[in-house]
Design a protein around this ligand. Structure first.
Ligand code: NAD
Ligand code: DAU
Length: 342
């Protein structure tokens, strides 16, 4: 098969590209704009492989996308490319709506016109919104997004479904929980806390830190997507969760314990506007239909992630310079320090 991967220079996309090159005979074409989050260093291990091709381009560019799909005639498109960070979507929603909604539309149109046999849309558990315990979202739950990011992902998710319902484009949608692991951009909770802890910098916890997320190791997510790509049914949605729900404060404390740093580094700061309190989902359908299971337990995955960030300090230093510093100041500079009992 030839698989067109979008956003393959990002955190999860690069993991998926490395997995395909290592464990399948597929040809992989990676279309990525290389925004601040795209990093070709994450693909150094596959760069010279004859089954791999990189194309720099924007998924919103109709002419480029259509020409690439016509030229490569991919058997499948696996669509990761997105503006993926909630805080950035609150600070600047426009590029988020443009890439996540319009970019998905451009890809769906090209797939429809060129008769692509499978379109896997990578969505998120954030589309379900905040759920009271002990609820776990199944694929039939209503969509109730809160942030510009999650609303844009819900929009693209619904558009992908509409292309199945209306045009019978063979769409499969996956909705995953919070990923962590090597190569993640240090704007997200776990890599940010690891990087700050290793640097003896404050660890900014939003609000009271009791918001709950379900943690999924990135390789487990990639294998779940591959299972849905190969064995999923047209028009179906598959949740992919890590089956490990934790309040943020517990995660931060685990990072401090594993890095040997003191809890005095924790700094409670003004909460994220519209912050969803709890995400939780059931992956029963994907497990039942494909046999996929999350394999990594959280403590082992966290330890190996911390090892990776320690061993790749040059990668971390490069991505934390320049644009990252400006973003960090914009997102955290104006936040008041709040006091909560530890
Ligand atoms: P990321 O921010 O690390 O990477 C996004 C990639 O998309 C980058 O390489 C970037 O250059 C590329 N990109 C952005 N805009 C583009 C455009 N207009 N054209 C072409 N390429 C563009 O993101 P990630 O964390 O790897 O997430 C990948 C996908 O998985 C996203 O769709 C996200 O919504 C979804 N997802 C993420 C998580 C998570 O925890 N990170 C969980 C569930 C779902
Ligand atoms: O649930 C899946 C989603 O997970 C994906 O769709 C998104 O692409 C991904 O970014 C992630 O969204 P979150 O908003 O849950 O992830 P983030 O790492 O930004 O935050 C995780 C939790 O930690 C959230 O409750 C906010 C909190 N947080 C985050 C940061 C960056 C803090 O308390 N402090 C911080 O500095």
């Amino acid at each position: 098969m030839t698989i067109l991967v979008t956003g393959g220079a990002g955190f999860i996309g690069s993991g998926f590209v490395r997995l395909l090159i290592a464990e399948s005979a597929d040809r992989v074409v990676n279309l990525d704009k290389l925004t601040y989050a795209g990093n070709l260093e994450s693909l150094a291990s596959v760069d010279a492989n004859p089954r791999y091709r990189f194309v720099r381009g924007d998924i919103c560019d109709h002419a480029l996308v259509d020409a690439l799909v016509a030229e490569e005639r991919p058997d499948a498109i696996v669509h990761f490319a997105a503006e993926s960070h909630v805080d950035r979507s609150i600070l600047s929603p426009e590029p988020v709506v443009e890439t996540n909604v319009r970019g998905t539309f451009v890809l769906l149109e090209a797939a429809r016109r060129r008769g692509v046999a499978r379109f896997l849309h990578v969505s998120t558990d954030e589309v379900y919104g905040s759920l009271a315990a002990p609820l776990e979202a199944t694929e039939e739950f209503p969509l109730n997004p809160s942030s510009p990011y999650s609303a844009s992902k819900a929009g693209s998710d619904l558009l992908a479904r509409a292309y199945f319902t209306t045009y019978r484009l063979p769409v499969v949608i996956t909705r995953a929980s919070n990923n962590y692991g090597p190569y993640q951009f240090p704007e997200k909770l776990i890599p940010l806390m690891i990087a700050n802890a290793l640097d003896n910098q404050p660890l900014p916890v939003y609000g009271d830190g009791q918001q709950v997320r379900d943690w999924l190791y990135v390789e487990d997510h990639c294998r779940g997507i591959l299972a849905a790509l190969r064995k999923g049914r047209d028009g179906e949605i598959y949740n992919i969760g890590g089956n490990r729900s934790l309040p943020n404060l517990n995660v931060v404390r685990k990072v401090l314990a594993a890095t040997g740093k003191p809890e005095s580094l924790i700094q409670f700061v003004t909460d994220r506007p519209g912050h969803d309190r709890r995400y939780a989902l059931s992956s029963e359908k994907l497990m039942r239909e494909t046999g996929w299971r999350p394999a990594m337990d959280f403590e082992t995955g966290l330890a190996s992630t911390i090892d990776w960030y320690r061993a790749n300090s040059a990668w971390v230093a490069r991505v934390r310079s320049g644009e990252y510093r400006a973003y960090y100041e914009r997102n955290y500079g104006g936040r008041a320090v709040v006091s909560y009992e530890l």
